[in-house]
Design a protein around this ligand. Structure first.
Ligand SMILES: Nc1ncnc2c1ncn2[C@@H]1O[C@H](COP(=O)(O)OP(=O)(O)OP(=O)(O)O)[C@@H](O)[C@H]1O
Ligand SMILES: [Mg+2]
Length: 241
């Protein structure tokens, strides 16, 4: 089953063509890795999918619904969540408080009580291995723990599709291997993932790398091509798609 389909996405900033005729199809259960040099347009693609930017042309479908002109909170409620390249926790709130906010304002906003939001947040903190720091102020976390919190906040909104923007950048080897295990667990729990990552070890181990070539004024745009068909998590065959 196709979860996300992008056709002909184009975005220009002033005279700079950041993205030109970008196509992508993501099937339920996949892990896709968007790779490319600095400035290739990777974060711009996430901003276009999640409504933080509007495209000049092109269409984004999520489960066959066109989501181009929706606002970020509406897209979040449909089941798409994302992390930010520059982490953005509520610095004066505790780790638990940050994740509860995600639970309350996520996909289940109208249904979830504060008690259930806290229960959900605790399960997520357990998954990302931050339980021991649940009462710590976000501003006092280490860089690696802030990355985990960013992931936890996004997970708390109960997404079907999670977009991760360089969540593993700057981690030491131990943190990196712990983070990759968490990402595999998230995917195993049924969440489809698109990751932007410069850490090639992570991309090659986790999913299908799709290289992005920057769109410049003079270069012809080359469409992204998967490097190989690797896929972790449950296969489509076992899921019966
Ligand atoms: N809001 C904006 N206004 C103007 N230019 C922008 C804006 N956002 C991105 N750009 C430009 O668009 C191009 C693509 O930027 P983008 O941040 O998407 O690249 P990236 O692939 O995520 O790079 P990196 O690997 O460094 O994070 C860059 O030249 C950038 O300067
Ligand atoms: Mg970026």
């Amino acid at each position: 089953m196709t979860l996300l389909k992008i056709n002909g996405l184009t975005k220009t900033f002033g005279g700079l063509r950041a993205i030109l005729n970008f196509d992508l199809e993501v099937k339920k259960g996949q892990i896709i890795g968007l790779i490319g040099p600095n400035g290739a347009g990777k974060t711009t693609i996430f901003n276009l999918i999640t409504g933080f930017l509007h495209s000049d042309s092109g269409v984004v479908y999520f489960k066959d619904k066109k989501i181009n002109n929706l606002k970020p909170y509406q897209i979040c409620k449909l089941g798409i969540s994302r992390t930010f390249q520059l982490v953005k926790p509520f610095l004066e709130m505790s780790v638990l408080g940050n994740v509860i906010v995600g639970s309350i304002y996520g996909k289940n906003e109208k249904k979830i009580s504060l008690m259930n939001a806290e229960k959900n947040a605790i399960e997520i903190l357990d998954l990302v291995k931050l339980m021991s720091k649940k009462n710590v102020l976000a501003s006092n976390l280490t860089y690696g723990d802030k990355k985990r919190l960013e992931l936890a906040k996004a997970l708390a909104t109960n997404p079907e599709l999670l977009l991760l923007d360089e969540v593993m950048g700057g981690l030491n080897p131990v943190e990196l291997s712990e983070f990759m295990k968490i990402i595999k667990d998230i995917n195993y729990n049924g969440i489809t993932l698109v990751l932007i990552e410069h850490v090639m070890q992570a991309i090659m181990e986790l999913g299908v790398p799709i290289p992005l070539i920057p769109a410049t004024h003079s270069d012809p745009w080359r469409p992204p091509i998967p490097i190989h068909g690797g896929h972790l998590g449950r296969s489509e065959a076992t899921l019966g798609f």
